[in-house]
Design a protein around this ligand. Structure first.
Ligand SMILES: Cc1cc2nc3c(=O)[nH]c(=O)nc-3n(C[C@H](O)[C@H](O)[C@H](O)COP(=O)(O)O)c2cc1C
Length: 217
């Protein structure tokens, strides 16, 4: 049975404009009904040729999440080594680097997240056809008061992640999305203004005014 999408009644504007990364979660489990609705929202996203290569693996069993969490943590630090960041422990991250500090804490705490969704595709190179689904998934979660953050893994752990979770080799992993009820609040984000990253009709031509005067007659 299809879940009741009227439960996603938060306005799209409110969901998008208050969706920030949530990395700290309460331990409360996410009801299966809510997971169902979130995943139905995810599969409504478009894909190339409507081929629908996106696949999702939902983890909500604490022991599975604990084992996956150890691999996630290893992956996070492997990425830092690739970036040649000199840190080897959370304490060495400069406190002003709030993004890395929060991400490192997630790497420690993800083992206790109530839910993690892995987004994959059944074909190689399918990122463009799964990312819209992931955004739908996170917005639907937001509308239900559930926080999330998209994250990645690292090649050094992939084989073990596939082995742990029984993922077939032909699947391509894309994103790992821990989810849960937030400890902390949703809220506004810091982003460049649209006019700084948008051109009108010709690359480099700025959108000076977002008025109908700029529209063709
Ligand atoms: C492709 C991608 C990869 C990301 N990887 C991670 C990650 O590995 N760990 C993490 O904590 N956050 C990760 N994030 C979240 C970003 O850090 C976050 O979206 C950004 O800092 C903006 O945060 P805000 O939405 O709270 O403003 C990732 C986001 C994207 C889109």
């Amino acid at each position: 049975m299809q879940p009741d999408n009227a439960r996603l009644s938060m306005s799209v504007g409110e969901a998008m404009f208050s969706q920030r990364s949530i990395r700290r979660f309460r331990s409360d489990p996410i009801p299966m009904d809510d997971l169902h609705l979130i995943l139905e929202a995810a599969v409504k996203a478009p894909s190339g040729g409507n081929r629908q290569p996106a696949r999702f693996l939902v983890l909500n069993e604490p022991e599975v999440i604990r084992q996956f969490g150890a691999l996630y943590r290893e992956a996070w630090w492997a990425k830092r080594r690739d970036e040649k960041r000199p840190w080897t422990s959370r304490e060495q991250i400069p406190p002003e680097d709030k993004g890395s500090t929060a991400a490192a804490r997630l790497a420690d705490e993800i083992k206790d997240a109530p839910c993690i969704v892995l987004a994959l595709t059944s074909v190689r190179g399918g990122a463009s056809s799964v990312i819209p689904s992931v955004q739908n998934l996170m917005l639907a979660a937001r509308a239900l008061g559930i926080g999330s953050v998209p994250t990645t893994l690292h090649p050094t752990v992939l084989e073990r992640v596939y082995g742990l979770l029984g993922i077939p080799q032909e699947m391509e992993f894309h994103l790992c999305i821990p989810m849960g009820y937030p400890r902390g609040n949703f809220g506004s984000t810091q982003r460049k203004p649209a006019s700084e990253v948008t051109f009108l009709n010709r690359w480099g031509a700025s959108v000076n005014e977002w008025t109908s005067a700029a529209a063709p007659v």
